[in-house]
Write a protein that binds this ligand. Sequence first.
Ligand code: NAD
Length: 499
Amino acid sequence: MTHQDILKACGLTSAELSDGTLAVRSPIDGAEIARVHETSADDMQSVIARSVAAFKAWRDVPAPRRGELVRLLGEELRAAKTELGALVTLEAGKITSEGLGEVQEMIDICDFAVGLSRQLYGLTIASERPGHKMTETWHPMGPCGVISAFNFPVAVWSWNAALALVCGDPVIWKPSEKTPLTAIATHKIMMRAIERFGADAPEGLCQLVIGGAAVGEALVSSRDVPIISATGSTRMGHIVGPKVMARFGRPILELGGNNAMIVAPSADLDMAVRAIVFSAVGTAGQRCTSLRRLIVHRSIKDDLVARLAKAYSSLKIGDPREAGVLIGPLVDKGALDAMQKALSNAKVEGGKVHGGEVVTSGVPAGAYAAPALVEMPTQSATVKTETFAPILYVLTYDELDEAIALQNDVPQGLSSCIFTLNIREAETFLSASGSDCGIANVNIGPSGAEIGGAFGGEKETGGGRESGSDAWKGYMRRQTSTINYSSKLPLAQGVKFDI
Ligand code: NAD
């Protein structure tokens, strides 16, 4: 399919694709594919006002009925999976299977949220006073602003939107300025679901705003948007988090990672190599959970590095739409420059670099690079910094405690894993004194999370949780109620106050 065929199949009209102020380029060849219209500051005020009005109606629609809307969204996504997946490939540069996988993730979270719409459970709590009962109830919170990153251009919206909608919250989405087309296409899919759902869905329930940081800032600074779920760099989180907190809003921050794998002497190395290659070079190293640090036992380091170098040499780099290609482009030239800079800094810090070259032959005109393996003498400043590219730093250890200390000694705390067949090592890694990350795996890589678990991480990753488990509580307000069904008015803690 050509660019135009994909855009047409996703229902994007020429009016939406031309004459705007925001240029959209495909990472595949760097060519401009559209000029979309940005949302103005004035428009932001009316978008937020519509969302506030929508909340007043949506919060009273019963949660299982709200779940029906998300069920319909899942149906529409199933019907549109092929073309939306192709658009993710075109606009974000993911290989075909990963583009489709991203849409599948959206479908999965819809299924999860439909079930959740009948399970927004509260509590009954034992009261210390006779004839009294305590309860805890979860209520809708208000408009939820979703600010998303380029590398999961549509799935991140769905993790938030599917939950927010069943929780009774309208959604305003500001996608990355690098990937507005997938957002426009997804918004149309959402509108089809709303159309089928009928009059219970108020106008303004799901809105899309287009632009860069200034458009995001309008959401971040508005007291009418109590929840801001922001996914992106730690740099962005440093700005957004404090601004939301300053107005006592609720930030859900999903920021950068610097994910490690510990490979112990007992590890199944065949499995480890497959896991390492997928998580270090998949999506060209542009997942928040990409494997960036390998902490390998000294006794097996040379063997493992040799196996990885062999595996890396067989990886096909090129147009992500071509069968057999496993490494597509970086998002743009800036990302390629950042990769080259990190590699030269690592060399200065004593690193031995294998691969990592800029690739220009046999690929389209985008920003392509060979994945790099870098043997490092220490965990230097460069290793502690997230570079959003396929660079894997290799460090060695002698004792497990030392490996865990290295794993935790970075500012980020998203994902982590250990390859070992030793149950003591595995359980130590998962214990309170083990990995300090939001995600800790055994015998699988750090990337490719399922939607059933809560997703997010600690420290500079921001502390937010999205997706499965009880992450839905982040989209609701908790109310504690005490009900007195007696004819007396006893006070708690035995306090006497007779009048
Ligand atoms: P980015 O920080 O450049 O942009 C992310 C989003 O934030 C964009 O929509 C951008 O317009 C917006 N933004 C930037 N400054 C803002 C401001 N001051 N106010 C409001 N909005 C603002 O990130 P990116 O390059 O698109 O994505 C890559 C980064 O995202 C990596 O660091 C990666 O680890 C991280 N990421 C994290 C997760 C996670 O779940 N933890 C998931 C995906 C990506």
